[in-house]
Design a protein around this ligand. Structure first.
Ligand code: SAM
Length: 259
């Protein structure tokens, strides 16, 4: 992790990212997909790059035995305050757990920050080592096209440096924001190759937000429980349509370790 990314997360801005605004769409959709795929509780879930525990919290409440790992001390400290989970410092490339010791490994963030392909494959191979045969591995990626879509949505596209940064992300895959946050943005089509090189030949991909994160009134839909459920159902109905995968802000790629 670069110093800039470290400094960004040490500002404590991650805690509310998925808990408010349209970030809630990513949160609820991640939850919707994972609840369908995880083994029934109780089962052991390793939440790698779990941040301050936004997913660990509901997983624990659902009855899972969750261990969260994150390289940022502030994140680990905040997550440790939650009941029903353990949290400690750790890096996705060197998981501090025995072979085949968990039922599921979640990588909901680390791949954004591993800008070298070899590091991303190493993180996935570590997940493969840690999970039991038949267990689930799920990894989130940011879509290559998210920067252009999001900067237009936010109006930041009117600003020349931000427009250039979005186009650099399109061309090279690396998004550097003025806030010092840098990330690797994947084309959906390149993710299965990284999984395959880590020993996972078969994957399924889920678009998390679909086009809905780009709707001007997305928060109105999310604020109203009935409309929210309809929006989640709508996205579920098209979540794995190949031609739509790249429109989401985030993609979830899921596989199981062979026997
Ligand atoms: C965008 S946040 C996502 C947090 C949370 N999982 C979520 O879905 O909201 C990315 C997280 O990955 C962590 N991270 C970055 N590099 C990592 C690495 N090499 N190994 C494990 N976690 C890493 C960051 O500290 C941060 O908490």
């Amino acid at each position: 992790m670069t110093q800039a990314v470290h400094a960004y997360y040490e500002q404590g801005r991650e805690h509310d990212r998925l808990r408010e605004g349209r970030g809630r769409l990513e949160f609820w959709r991640t939850q919707d997909v994972l609840r369908r795929l995880l083994p029934p509780p109780p089962a052991r879930v390793l939440d790698v790059g779990g941040g301050t525990g936004v997913h660990a919290e509901w997983l624990g409440a659902d009855g899972y035995e969750v261990e969260l790992l994150d390289p940022i001390p502030l994140h680990v400290e905040r997550a440790s305050r939650m009941a029903g989970l353990t949290a400690r410092l750790g890096d996705a490339r060197r998981l501090p757990v025995p072979d085949a010791s968990v039922d599921a490994v979640l990588l909901l963030g680390p791949l954004y920050h591993l800008t070298d392909r070899a590091d991303r494959v190493r993180a996935l191979a570590e997940a493969r080592r840690a999970v039991r045969p038949g267990g689930l591995v799920a990894a989130a990626t940011i879509n290559r096209y998210a920067a252009v879509h999001d900067t237009v949505y936010l109006g930041a596209y009117l600003d020349e440096p931000q427009r250039q940064a979005a186009h650099a992300a399109l061309a090279e895959g690396i998004m550097s924001s003025p806030r010092g946050f840098s990330a690797y943005l994947h084309d959906p089509g390149e993710v299965p190759g990284e999984f395959a090189d880590a020993g996972f030949p078969d994957v399924r991909q889920y678009g998390l937000e679909g086009a809905f994160w780009l709707y001007g009134d997305v928060n109105d839909w999310l604020d109203d429980p009935q409309r929210r459920q309809l929006m989640l159902d709508a996205q579920r109905s098209v979540e794995s349509v190949p031609s739509l995968l790249g429109i989401s802000g985030h993609l979830l790629t899921v596989t199981r370790r062979d026997g």
